[in-house]
Ligand binder design. Structure first.
Ligand code: ZN
Length: 140
């Protein structure tokens, strides 16, 4: 039993360490930066089950478009992709420069509140747009 507890402690320490977090984020960013085509998997339950997009549909494609330099396409796919990229890059900066005071400001209350407001604003606008385009006025 002691061996299992020690293994669990090591496992928890490794998988919750900032280094692991940094490696995972960099791998995700590298995937989006270097892959030309996304895997064609239905990631969204709404799109898969009822064949209608949800407000977060297009976020993955939006992030991929940002990394491929197609900024307008990314915006039209889903503006929330810009928030995702900002959050990932911000986290990498914070994890890399832990000793610098500007990282405290980067993850400060004002910026986090602004990001949350932007997220819900984009989500609300996109929800209304999708409701009008796909759920209420079904295209013929
Ligand atoms: Zn969706």
């Amino acid at each position: 039993m002691g061996v299992l507890l020690r293994f669990r402690e090591t496992f928890t320490r490794v998988f919750t360490s900032p280094t692991t977090e940094l490696v995972v984020i960099i791998l995700v960013l590298a995937f989006f930066a270097f892959s030309r085509n996304l895997v064609d998997l239905p990631l969204c339950p709404s799109a898969f089950l009822v064949d209608k997009p949800c407000p977060l549909c297009g976020t993955t494609r939006s992030v991929a478009s940002i990394f491929n330099g197609n900024f307008l396409s990314a915006w039209s796919l889903n503006p929330i992709g810009y928030l995702v990229v900002f959050l990932l890059v911000r986290r990498v900066i914070v994890l890399c420069f832990t000793d610098y005071s500007f990282t405290r400001h980067l993850e400060g209350k004002i910026i986090n509140t602004a990001l949350l407001v932007f997220f819900f604003l984009f989500l609300a606008v996109r929800t209304v747009h999708l409701l009008l385009d796909h759920w209420i006025f079904v295209p013929v």
